[in-house]
Design a protein around this ligand. Structure first.
Ligand code: GDP
Length: 300
């Protein structure tokens, strides 16, 4: 993952400098915190998150745990690591399944975020784990979206429920609802609903997504966000949180050249966990998200 490369390098330089010190003075700590702050801001982490993060690191770094440590610099690195794991959501959060199948998973996000691709990735992942998912094509906005979902469904080896001509065409809410009913009858234990996105957040899109949510009562609503989105990440995530109250986040395009830090802000600002990371265009380029591993990647 190239994403956090620059951030990692910047932090590594900061810590290298710190390691040349024995006991740390308040000004050593302040200098280090300032460098971390700059590195995070340059990586597009939102200002509020950076402020909170650095305040916590500073407080802890000036406290007893560092003062009494055999290796104070190492202890500061450890604190930064722990705090990073914290903003990334702490513990790994797994997908939640319904007690009574089918489990309904709704995907939401801007157009181009990677929802349709994710539908295929998630389906393939679930098949490997012994589930029998079905995809539901509720993105009726883009002319080619249903077809694209059918292609990824084919690649993942799972069926796709799509509107028949004359039967709910143009009504994504009805398609979603009928899709879930069909899945229950056909004994699929997971339903993944692909929904429409727009290039920017708009009221109509949010209303439609919200109506699909109400009509299908999902166990998970996954907000898919492009890691390359930059500083718009926080506003977009907040709009989707207000609009569809998502339960988890999927970071997509983590393979890209993004500075990625904005995505880092999303979990912190929304309080929702990042559940998966998408790392390429292929259906296997997908992994459960581990906050501790991601923090190590940023710091190593
Ligand atoms: P949707 O509009 O949200 O359904 O987005 P799509 O699934 O159609 O994805 C938009 C574009 O991004 C497509 O060209 C995908 O192949 C590509 N894409 C999706 N996920 C990833 C990813 O994790 N990495 C990369 N590099 N490309 C991705």
């Amino acid at each position: 993952m190239a994403t956090f490369g620059t951030l990692s390098d910047r932090l590594a330089d900061t810590f290298k400098h710190l390691r040349t010190k024995g006991k740390l003075s308040a000004s050593d700590v302040d200098g280090t915190v300032r460098e971390i702050r700059r590195a995070l801001l340059d990586a597009d982490v939102s200002l509020d998150v950076v402020k909170q993060f650095t305040a916590r690191v500073r407080e802890r770094a000036l406290g007893d745990e560092v003062n009494k440590a055999l290796n104070p610099a190492q202890q500061v690195v450890q604190i930064v690591n722990e705090e990073l794991v914290g903003i990334l959501g702490g513990q790994q959060r797994r997908l939640q399944f319904a007690k009574n199948p089918p489990t309904v998973i709704m995907l939401a996000g801007l157009q181009g975020a990677g929802k349709t691709t994710l539908a295929g990735k998630l389906a393939k992942h679930l098949v490997k784990e012994g589930h029998t998912p079905i995809l539901v094509a509720s993105d009726l906005q883009r002319p080619n979206a249903v077809n694209q979902l059918q292609v990824v469904g084919g690649q993942a080896g799972v069926p796709v429920y799509a509107p028949e001509p004359g039967n709910g065409v143009g009504d994504p809410v009805k398609v979603a609802k009928d899709g879930v009913a069909h899945a229950a009858r056909a004994q699929h234990d997971v339903v993944i609903i692909d929904t429409a996105g727009r290039l920017g957040v708009d009221a109509e899109l949010m209303k439609q997504a919200s109506n699909i949510r109400k009509a299908t009562n999902p166990d998970e609503v996954l907000f898919v966000i492009d890691a390359m989105i930059g500083q718009d990440a926080v506003a977009t995530a907040k709009a989707f949180q207000d609009g569809v109250d998502f339960t988890g986040v999927v970071l997509s395009k983590l393979d890209g050249d993004a500075r990625g830090g904005a995505a880092l802000s999303v979990a912190s600002v929304t309080g929702r966990p990042i559940i998966f990371a998408s790392t390429g265009e292929g259906l296997d380029d997908f992994e459960p998200f581990h906050p501790d591993r991601m923090a190590s990647r940023i710091l190593d």
